[in-house]
Design a protein around this ligand. Structure first.
Ligand SMILES: [Zn+2]
Length: 266
């Protein structure tokens, strides 16, 4: 497994460095790149590490998931007007228009900046809300240039409180920023009563920024029964193509016979 991880890491590193660094040199501080080990998937529903990476392989369903990242730098860019918004409403509009359910992993800081949106999303039966840490730091370093989390338990607890206050329920699911979590971290999340959710289909929307086409192609190609597909819903310069790729992905997956469920329904 470690060898597979390493080989995948090298392959993904080459790919990432080849296509995204020049597109946005700030991005490495802001957003995690896909977790390389997810490229080569185990066939179990929960990996030996306790991470839920996909559901049953027998039902022709997939779960779309969308992360809303927010780092201190992203917040600062918003406050200073460098960035107009870290909420890509178009993504949510497409999901609603197509009646496609989704699981949304929100950082606590994002929810604080968009409390009304968070309330609306939490009240919408099409969606369920998960915890994506408070300010998107790495739990297990190195993590694609993300800053290191200082107090792991607080990152989870504080975000649970922020989200529960806004949406009226405590999220059941947690996703590590960048997918960077060691077994101890998975155990901590579990002790706090949450299930760690990963993915087995990387849309690539956080590092393919020039064109929607490769996101569409690889997401549809890699989808299997029970797949958890990872996207981002904060848009901006770090995930600019999600909104342009999503409709074609929904159409393409439906054409292949898939229907959509939330993670809790996998
Ligand atoms: Zn993230």
């Amino acid at each position: 497994m470690r060898r597979i991880f390493f080989i995948s890491f090298v392959a993904v590193s080459l790919f990432v460095s080849g296509c995204s660094r020049q597109a946005d040199t700030n991005s490495v501080q802001e957003i995690a790149k896909p977790e390389p080990k997810q490229v080569t998937q185990t066939q179990t529903e929960k990996s030996p590490s306790g991470i839920l990476e996909h559901g049953s392989r027998t039902a022709k369903v997939v779960a779309l998931t969308f992360d809303a990242d927010m780092t201190p730098k992203m917040k600062n860019d918003l406050k200073t007007g460098v960035v107009k918004s870290w909420y890509e409403k178009g993504v949510i509009d497409i999901l609603e228009k197509n009646k496609v359910p989704a699981t949304l992993f929100l950082t606590g800081m994002w929810a604080e900046l968009y409390p009304d949106v968070t309330k609306e999303l939490g009240a919408n039966p099409l969606f369920e809300i998960g915890n994506h840490s408070y300010d998107h730091g790495g739990f297990h370093m190195p993590c694609y240039g993300l800053g290191e989390v200082k107090n792991k338990k607080d990152e989870i607890d504080i975000t649970q409180r922020i989200l529960e206050d806004l949406i009226g329920y405590a999220p059941k699911y947690f996703r590590f920023p960048g997918g960077c979590g060691a077994p101890d971290d998975v155990a901590l999340v579990s002790q706090l009563g949450l299930q760690v959710v990963g993915w087995d289909d990387i849309s690539g929307d956080a590092y393919i920024r020039d064109s929607a086409e490769p996101i569409i192609t690889q997401t549809i190609k890699n989808a299997q029964n029970g797949s958890i597909i990872v996207f981002h819903m904060h848009g901006g310069r770090t995930a600019p193509q999600t909104v342009h790729a999503l409709q074609a992905i929904i159409d393409g997956l439906r054409k292949k016979g898939f229907s959509f469920v939330k993670v809790s329904e996998l």
